[in-house]
Design a protein. Structure first.
Lengths: 400, 400
């Protein structure tokens, strides 16, 4: 049977026209060996940021539908350029926007979820020996509106397509694979293999290599992911089911999440209606909150949580809505905290990880404000100024 | 009944973000007075040219499908920005790409024709009091591919929508209306009203105000067009059916077509098969040719015609195809000629126009190489160096 591969290149990898030409050469080489290829690409380099900067000149609170419509043009340009570059090398190619590739989405415009991938268009292209070039990060909802999957959504596109074609997925960026922590923070070793669960925690907790959503799909649909460096022979990292990984380590990685806000809502009395409405609105706006803590005392109610710093506009909406009814409601958003997390599937079986983390922070005078644990991770909120130090000391402690 | 208007702004009119804001203000004012508006916009300023310049870095003969896919991003960005700007002024707006606006096309990717406009989406938007913002110049063909209508195609989009909504169409550019000739060539007067037929000749013959195709649709579907200056109170020009125009003039305008090539095919014998194949291929490639002349003598066959200088790549294809069979075929493309045309519906009834044109050229020592006449126009091929002089002298002669 012909080998089918889904390959994704990030924005830096297609950052200029000579890079696009080099990727075309690489793909031509693989296609000429008889592989059936689906290539998913992001917008070139800083395109998305530039489009958003233009929007800033027009509105501070742009409509999400219009933003999605605008941003999808970025990947549409990349697929056109890559298809042109492939054809210049006499490789048959078919460029497809997200909706043309049958990517159906639901939910909020700017952070839509993939509902299904209809791979009819791929099969048709394979029949005429074409390399399929798909615009990542985008799709179409049931109303025929163009939607985007949110930042990093091109990974999700690639994984969803790999799942629909029942193959694995190669994701290439400018870093070779996954490290015990962000290499810019500490010279940790590269990980050869990591489980979906660990990778999900690392993404969610700010390691920033793969979007959580894409790993979640990969896990649910058993799509192994190879994370490698664009056009490099250096060995990368495989992300696969836990059961397929032989050697288990207690701690696989340490993650630092700097892009978070620590939010505290306070109200002079313990009002269940308020809490209910608040959580409803958070869900409606699709804001993921984390590390929730609630205090009730003589001063009333205090609810704190962490969330992505990208959701501040939506949070303001929620506060404004609630404030109409609960006029004494207050909220504070603090951005001088970061979250440090220790991740490893082995934590389930091996004891002592929690106490070792605790002792490491203590020994290095790193204060912490909140702790949460999951089955395979422990997270601490610490001062932003202590974030990197905490990562270094924890990497040393666990020999990453 | 609510007034419905279709308004089109060209690329210069939306050339930067402050211009987009001003157009939004103008539209807000009209929408607030209760008008139902469809606004058609082009890509911002030089966007299309910049995209094409990027393609040059990748391929000299890019695939037309990929080019169309790339270029449609230009207008898609403008509609997003304009919708954002309108909402900033609290005007409800709905941005639609060509295919979302129900614009179905057929034919070559880069010069597709509009097959039909399904105005369901407009009616739906009007029901919720939304200003509709449509990406001009683009649509979708029966295969679900994104297509473009060729340069200037945004006018065609606007006219086709006006026809489907049974209303008139306002087209705004940086010039107020139509002049007896290009104002950069000669200070001719502005024309208050011009017939579809005259306008079509003027467009086809290089006056460059409105695309021929858009006037053709307007004529066939009785859509009056108002040509005005963007955000100006200056009076523009109405283009309407000849029968509705009371005062007839012998000559309405003089046009100069600089963007043409003069092509000569030569073959040592008079071969009917060759000619048949050539005309078939020209039709297949949708190259419009004009001013055809054919000479057969002892040197064989010589066929000359004029065509748009944008079609040279396709012409080369045609020559290459024919050359396989007719190895002694030669062709020469000359670009040092231009076409000067005198246009007026009144020519039908009033004699003497042809001789006056002839005398004017003669008196001013302007040589000409070919002449063709239609019911309402006379065209001369002259040396490029004499083009402007011919326009000046003809404008003077006919008091434009």
């Amino acid at each position: 049977m012909t080998k089918r591969s889904v390959i994704k290149f990030g924005g830096t990898s297609v950052g200029d026209f000579s890079k696009i030409k080099n990727i075309a050469k690489y793909l031509a080489n693989r296609a000429n060996k008889g592989e059936e290829l689906v290539v998913v690409v992001s917008a070139m380099g800083k395109t998305t940021d530039e489009l958003l900067k233009n929007v800033d000149l027009l509105s501070k609170e742009p409509d999400q539908h219009d933003l999605a419509l605008l941003l999808t043009t970025g990947e549409q340009q990349t697929i056109s350029y890559l298809a042109i570059a492939l054809k210049e090398l006499d490789v048959k190619a078919k460029a497809m926007t997200g909706f043309q590739a049958g990517i159906k989405t639901k939910g909020h415009y700017m952070k839509s979820k993939i509902l299904e991938v209809d791979n009819e268009a791929f099969e048709k292209a394979f029949c005429s020996n074409k390399v399929v070039v798909v615009a990542g990060f985008q799709g179409m909802n049931a109303d025929g509106e163009l939607t985007t999957l949110g930042r990093g959504g091109s990974d999700t596109t690639a994984v969803a397509i790999a799942s629909s074609l029942e193959t694995s997925c190669e994701i290439y960026t400018d870093v070779a694979g996954v490290y015990g922590t962000d290499p810019r923070l500490y010279p940790a070793k590269r990980i050869d293999v990591v489980s979906f669960e660990e990778m999900m925690e690392m993404s969610a907790l700010g390691a920033g290599v793969l979007e959580t959503r894409s790993v979640e799909i990969a896990k649910n649909y058993h799509v192994p992911i190879y994370l490698g460096q664009t056009l490099s022979d250096e060995r990368g990292t495989w992300v696969m089911p836990q059961k397929d990984i032989l050697e288990k380590k207690a701690v696989t990685g340490v993650a630092l999440d700097k892009d978070m806000h620590y939010v505290t809502f306070s109200y002079p009395e313990n009002d269940a209606t308020l809490l209910k409405q608040l959580f409803n609105l958070l869900e409606k706006e699709e804001i993921n909150i984390d590390m929730i803590s609630q205090i009730v005392n003589e001063d009333g109610l205090q609810l704190s949580f962490t969330m992505k710093d990208t959701d501040t506009v939506e949070l303001k909406h929620i506060f404004d809505t609630l404030h109409k009814e609960f006029t004494e409601l207050n909220y504070v958003v603090k951005s001088d905290y970061v979250k440090v997390s220790v991740i490893g599937s082995g934590m389930r079986d091996m004891s002592g990880v929690a106490s070792k983390v605790f002792m490491t922070l203590l020994e290095n005078d790193i204060e912490f404000y909140q702790v949460t644990t999951s089955e395979i991770s422990i997270s601490y909120v610490v001062d932003r100024t202590n974030g990197v130090l905490a990562v270094e000391k924890l990497c040393e402690a666990f020999g990453l």
